[in-house]
Structures are given as structure tokens and as C-alpha cells.
Design a protein around this ligand. Sequence first.
Ligand SMILES: *Cc1c(COP(=O)(O)O)cnc(C)c1O
Length: 400
Amino acid sequence: MSKPKLSKRIGVIQPSLTIGISAKAKELRSQGVSVTNFAAGEPDFDTPDNIKYAAIKSIVFGNTKYTPAGGMNELRDAVVEKEKKRNGLEYKRENVCISVGAKHSLFNIASVMLDEGDEIIIPSPYWVTYEAIARYVGAKPVIVETEEENGFVPKIEDLERAITENTKMILINNPSNPTGATYTEEDLKAIAELAEKHDLWIISDEIYEEIVFDGYRPVSIAKLSDYAKERTLVVNGVSKTYSMTGWRIGYTCGDKDVIAAMIKLQSQSTTNPTCAAQDAAIEALLGPQDSVEKMRRAFEERRNYIVSELNKIDGITCHNPKGAFYVFPNVSSFYGKKVEGKEIKNSMDFATLLLEIEHVALVPGIAFGADNFVRISFATSLEEIEEGIRRLKNFVAKIS
Ligand SMILES: *Cc1c(COP(=O)(O)O)cnc(C)c1O
């Protein structure tokens, strides 16, 4: 039998590069090897009990049917309330669409906003899903490089240089995955002004807004001007803040016509996100928030430890992130050198050899368009981080 002839559309995207590393890590584990996992893209905490019970109650009391395609009214209203309280943003129910995770929100935004040939500006290093989604809908991702010295925040003149007559949108991820970059209010104001000057839409991915350190508290770019309020699509969800990655609830806030188009698309594709998960998300957004602060503190303690340990290692430099749960150290000083007779040419080699030799799994920077770096997730226990650092030091000591 010949292979199926797949659509051209699906051929333009690649599966996530991290899959290869995770598969190898799993294989090693199944052989009984203890693998330190620095590759996780989700919090290691369990979902708080009050949220779990809300879902159980929802099922027991019979919320088991289709809900409106854009989400239950109660959840859309909960998002309105939360955005007002947290970010000072005034929305109505018609400005909110609930989707199957924030990734789904982004996919639907791209689907209803971008035509063939439209350009979307994405600061790099970037979450690779942004690029994949843009390509999938036929748009052109325009990558703007940032520098470690500037905390991986793009320079306004670099963003402006990337704008063409085809530019439709600019995407901001604050705090950022994979770099932990955080934007100041001035940074965001400048971007809002740039967007206004060139008549651009803004996507603001705020999924890590509560995982922040050193007193940093992000403002939403949508808050910074009337134009930005009208033209920003705020994307968020419960996955990271409430350790609810598997529940699949994300949302978009913004222009009501864009929201209506997204809901129309959902009505013909996914229909509603899972009903019990929606009830759980209402409890997450409006219920007690003490678990959020508890998790935030644990992340900060781990960040403090890992950044200081990494910077003690000769040949590694590591920017101190003020948000998210990743560090993004530069390991390029090892490129061209050898470990156990094998050459390290790039971030993929570094990741592969580190896994083979010291059994530490992390994600090569190339997965985010930045080959000089690797991404280490500290969404794992302090004990495991200590063990991972020990192994990383052993690995580096073997490089010559
Ligand atoms: C995890 C993540 C998301 C969304 O996750 P969902 O589970 O789909 O809600 C969005 N953006 C970034 C940058 C992320 O890291």
C-alpha cells in the first residue's frame, strides 16, 4: 500500500522538537535509568483540591451536556471579573471566548485573523507553537531576534524594521517561554505605540502572569492605551497559574467581532470545551487564590537556586528570569569541543549527549529558534534540581 497523500497544509508544520528528547528520556527510564527531567513544560504541582472538587460536584450534579460553543456564560463572566480585578481591564461577556486551552485560543485567533501572505511578528526565542500555527494558516511568521544582554526583550527599532505592508499582527509573550523575559510598562507602551502607528493587531499571551519573581507584576499591554485595548487579543488560561494543564481551558479577551468569529469556528469544530473543566475553571478564577502564591513562592526559591548554581559553572552564562518557570542558559562556549570523544556542535548535540552520558533531559534552544541556548525547566522539586545541577557539572567537567 502506498502512503496516504496528506494535505499540503499539514506538511508545512513539524512535530515539536522536544518530542525526540522526551521519547529518549522515557526509553531510558523504562530501562531503569534514573533520569533528571528538566524538560517539563508544565507545573509539577497537583491541581488544588478546591478546583478538583468543583469538577466532581459539576459531574455529580449533572453538568454533562453541550454548553454554548464559546463557553458557559458563568465562565465567561468569571473571566470578565478576573480580568477586571487582576488587570483593570473592562470586558463584557461578548468579549470573551473560552477554548480548549490557550493553545487552542491562539490557533483560533490565527484562523480568523490571518490570510495567506499576512505577516505576524514574533520576537525570538519564541514558543515554537506560534510559528507553527502561523504557517499552518498560510501566514508568514516574521522572527525578530532579541539579545541576552537586553533580557530577551525586543528593541523597538528591530520590531519597526520588521514591519512591512503585509504585517497584520505582533505577538508578545510576557513573561516569556522559553527565556523568562519580562517586559516593563515602558517596553509595552512603546510596542502599543508602534502598533498604533502601523495599524497592527496585538496578541498578548499572558499565560505566565502569576508566575513572577522579585516583585515583578506584569501589566497587560491592553491596559496601556485606547488603541491597545481595542486591538489586543489577550490570551490566557488556567494551565500554568492553577497547575491545570490537562484540563484544557484557555480564553481570549478582545474585540467582539473577532470573538464572535472564533466562536463560530468552534461551533463548527470543537464545540464547547469540556463542561466539568469549565466549572473547575470558574472555581480556579473566582475561588481562594492562596495556592497560587504558594506555588509562586516555590518557583521563586527554585529560580534563585538554579540561576546562582548555573552561573557558577565555567562556560555557562544564565540570565536571571523574572517570570515563568524556565531558565535559558547560554552553552555555546562548549560548541566545537568534545565529550567522551563526541563533538558538541549545537544545542541538539548538547541536549542529546547530556541525556546519554549524565541522564539529564532538557530542551535544546534550537526548538525555540536559539541554537546557543538550552531550556531548563524548574517545574520540578528542589531535590531533583540539585541532582540535575550535580550531573550537569559532571558533564561539563568531561568536556574538553
Ligand atoms: C503552556 C503555554 C501556553 C498554553 O497552554 P494551554 O495548556 O494550551 O493553555 C501558551 N503559551 C505559552 C507560551 C505556554 O508556555
